[in-house]
Design a protein around this ligand. Structure first.
Ligand code: AMP
Length: 398
């Protein structure tokens, strides 16, 4: 794939696809602008090169309808503040007004267009819609790593209709870190996989088990593995239909001599609520009527020891219901262990980055991915449509 620093931008209309899917509160205030900040190196580079900067993005799930509460207008304001220059906001992403605004741009101008997903054609990878977007650009730069696992008009079909398609610096950073951990990692390589369900992560588990030296399992999904081993897990989250898959993963681990770690104790509670009665029990002593909602202190010690000689760590998914304080200890303790390890550490997946921020350890993690679903699909070993499209352009077969 080619990147933005390999093409000429001077005086060109450069169309940037970013992932500005930022969280908003009820008053449409941006509560976390990490995704906007992550695009600044790409924008500043283009401005320095004398480009006209036109930006497109999606926000939320308006399902093809205009939803004022999902307007990108607040993003334009925040971006303007971060860039310290005017960012003109246009109330649509295609049509005559957009064309007029783009036609009047001078090098160094920045324009942000309205939410792509207000048009149903975006998510249908519609060729006509893609052609409309492409008509705005001499050069197309895809820097929306968080959207790369989608096959949408603004990141796949569009590449057929613009003269030049390249990746931005965020895309480059994300893919470089991923390759460093998965293609030629410094070993031992340890994967920590948590989160709610085995079903959401099974493909990642099957792919990773063949690549890692150690696999650590926490979160709700651990209980399916524990039940597969014959333990009583009470009312913990269990997917019975995935027990055969869990057994298969453990068998592969044994065959490949991958060290496989499951919780040895957990925080059990009567119900999933902040005021629930809780107790810490060894896995052998779980009762039949409570549920396991976090890993316990013995597990934290075990997992921390397993990380001690790691040279590379990849982490996706919390160790417990970390949104509730009473069940967040395991995840934050593990965040400290990962942060203080001597390994290169790469963390990804929506909730995991939140947990790391909450633990105050973001600065000590080598790289926190900006893509949730996209990062998980890379862990699954899948080819991402957005990346495949850019690679096809580089080969000349788009
Ligand atoms: P995922 O999106 O699959 O990474 O799952 C993240 C969610 O898993 C978080 O919202 C956690 O609350 C939830 N989770 C983690 N551990 C447990 C558990 N033991 N029981 C139920 N849910 C859990």
């Amino acid at each position: 794939m080619k990147y933005i620093d390999e093409v000429d931008l001077k005086g060109k209309r450069v169309l940037f696809r970013f992932d500005y899917n930022v969280p908003l509160d009820a008053m449409q205030n941006i509560t976390d602008d990490t995704r906007i900040r992550a695009t600044l190196p790409t924008i500043n580079y283009a401005l320095d090169e004398g480009a006209k900067v036109i930006i497109i993005s999606h926000l939320g799930r308006p399902k093809g309808q205009v939803k004022p509460e999902l307007s990108l207008a607040p993003v334009a304001k925040r971006l303007s503040r971060l860039l310290q220059k005017e960012v003109k906001f246009v109330g649509d992403c295609i049509g005559e007004e957009v064309k007029g605004q783009v036609a009047s741009m001078k090098p160094g101008d920045v324009v942000l267009l309205e939410n792509l997903r207000f048009h149903p054609e975006e998510e249908k990878n519609d060729e006509g819609f893609a052609r409309e977007l492409a008509s705005l650009a001499d050069v197309y730069v895809d820097d929306a790593f968080g959207n790369a696992h989608r096959r949408h008009a603004s990141n796949v079909a569009i590449t057929k209709y613009v003269p030049v398609s390249v990746g931005g610096f965020l895309m480059k950073k994300e893919l470089n870190y991923f390759r460093r951990i998965m293609e030629n990692p410094v070993r031992p390589l340890v994967a920590i996989i948590g989160g709610s369900k085995v079903s959401g992560k099974i493909e990642a588990l099957v792919n990773l088990i063949k690549k890692v030296d150690k696999m650590i399992i926490g979160g709700g999904m651990a209980f399916t593995f524990l039940k597969a081993q014959g333990y009583e897990v009470g009312r913990s989250l269990v997917e019975d239909d995935l027990i055969p898959h869990a057994l298969e993963v453990m068998k592969t681990a044994q065959q490949l001599r991958v060290k496989f770690y499951l919780p040895v104790d957990c925080v059990m509670a009567e119900k999933m609520s902040p005021d629930a009665e809780t107790k810490i029990v060894p896995i052998q002593e779980m009762n039949s009527h409570w549920m396991g909602l976090d890993i316990g202190p013995a597990t934290i010690t075990l997992f921390t020891e397993a990380l001690a000689n790691a040279k590379t760590i990849v982490w996706n998914g919390p160790m417990g219901v970390f949104e509730i304080d009473a069940f967040s200890r395991g995840t934050s303790a593990l965040a400290h262990s990962v942060a203080n390890s001597y390994a290169m550490t790469v963390v990804g997946g929506g909730d995991t980055d939140v947990a790391i921020h909450r633990a105050g350890e973001s600065d000590k993690i080598t790289y926190i991915s900006t893509g949730g679903g996209a990062f998980l699909e890379l862990l699954e070993g899948k080819e991402l449509p957005g990346i495949a499209a850019l690679e096809a352009c580089d080969r000349g077969d788009a």
